[in-house]
Design a protein around this ligand. Sequence first.
Ligand code: OXD
Ligand code: MN
Length: 581
Amino acid sequence: MAGTQDLERWVNECAEMTRPDRVRWCDGSQAEYDQLVAEMLRDGTFIELNQRTHPGAYLHRSHPSDVARTEDLTFICTPEREQAGVTNNWMEPGEAKTMARGLFKDAMRGRTMYVVPYLMGTPASPFAKVGVELTDSPYVVANMRLMTRMGQVALDHLQKTGEFAPGLHSLGDLDPKRRFILHFPHERLVWSVGSGYGGNALLGKKCLALRLASWMAHEEGWMAEHMLILGLEDPRGEVTYVAAAFPSACGKTNLAMLIAPLSQAGYRVWTVGDDIAWMRIGPDGRLWAMNPEAGMFGVAPGTNDATNHNALAMTTHDAIFTNVAMTPEGEPWWEKLTATPPAGLIDWQGHPWDPSAGPAAHPNARFTASAAQCPSISPHWEDPQGVPISAILFGGRRAHVAPLVYQAFSWQHGVFVGATMASETTAAATGDVGIVRRDPMAMRPFCGYNMADYFGHWLEMGQRIPNPPQIFHVNWFRKGPDGSFLWPGYGENIRVLRWILDRVHGRATAISTAIGAIPSPESLDLTGLDLNPAKVNALLEIDAAEWQTEANDIGTFLNTFGSHLPPELRAEQAALIQRLG
Ligand code: OXD
Ligand code: MN
């Protein structure tokens, strides 16, 4: 949609349909936020946490059936089914709207409709995009204020560009049977009803910045990816930027904020973004990435001083916690925050915690905080053009098969590696946890069009980038025969980042294998780690039999894409089989 008149007309139309008691235009100011918080504290939407230890921090407990993204209720609505492709649920746009109108009708009676203008990207960036979300959830408004540049700044941008992506959201009755997340990429439109969960309800994030943006990027010649962006500073002070795609809840936030252990003195990670990268070819022929978000919506369980000190530091004030547990002192708590749980915990549903009934915090409990509060935030995180990317990492959670790290032979081979990457499912989406599924570029739940065409777009970008990033695959989660992790992970991942950095700068050696180049023994610095040579071998091992099964499985996976599959990916699979001998 274009212009402020269109905006007003659309707001009126939506109010006609949903019948809120009042409509409130949000300006994004601190006073407005404070007022919203006060209202939510009064009606129980927010619970005040200990304001001495966590000033400005609040707890929200969601409906117990509304705790994660619902991929089975998420639809791409394009005129033809083929345009959505085999990895997406599809509905014909007219049918989808007729169905959803029934759910939106009168849905906001007794509630306020908040008009939330927001900007994805910094105001100074020529690539920033305006969205407007209409929602009846004050919790969503408060989160949007932390996650985006919200309010007047977005309206000012709209005045300049005359364009915005509309999104209508209502909690509805929170019944999963009446929950739908509908995307209309050709109209840049989202309708979301029946859920208050972040990924379903904060429409700037997964809905606009990934699903709609991936389609816009296809049309306009750029890339919208489910990637963190970090800068790795070496002892000489030179910073090399990396973008990395891992499926949800596989450690993107931790890697983006990694603190190098003492033994790796002189290396330092700067955080640019933890979830989404918008990438464009710069005038210098490199790929430049920007973080369209202004905040982080991270998984809390597992976060502690050792795994992610920076995330803890950024959430000790002015943060929203969702579905965490609470100590008797009113402090947030989740599994692994401390070695032993404190006595007297209140669980995520508000009851005294009974350890036999499950974890105290929901496994997908979240924190929301402004990115500016992150101690490792890069001085360049708001640069209008973004930062130049030297390496792209793909990765997953795989107990077997995938070695710690390998480098693709070329951009085309790297696209194949990304397109066929696999990972065990996590609690970030509803469904079984721990099943291996292929999640191309970690975009399976977020690609707003036919994924085979998306592969084609990646290949085409490779043709157009004069100086493309090198592509790597990493796996921190490989397990030994006794079922324990082989690699210490977390801060020690800096060692793998160092190898990648050295490869990019032509300083590290590698051994060419059937699947790509792995570190030569002397090129990966493992000093000080308790890793015997057998463990190192197991971490880097490429088991020919396992990989033959993998290559065949990849073939079956590629078959599911039918005629849209770019032939280059088939050729890469054939070449892999041939190299495996
Ligand atoms: C997220 C997700 O919340 O990927 O970032 O689910
Ligand atoms: Mn994500």
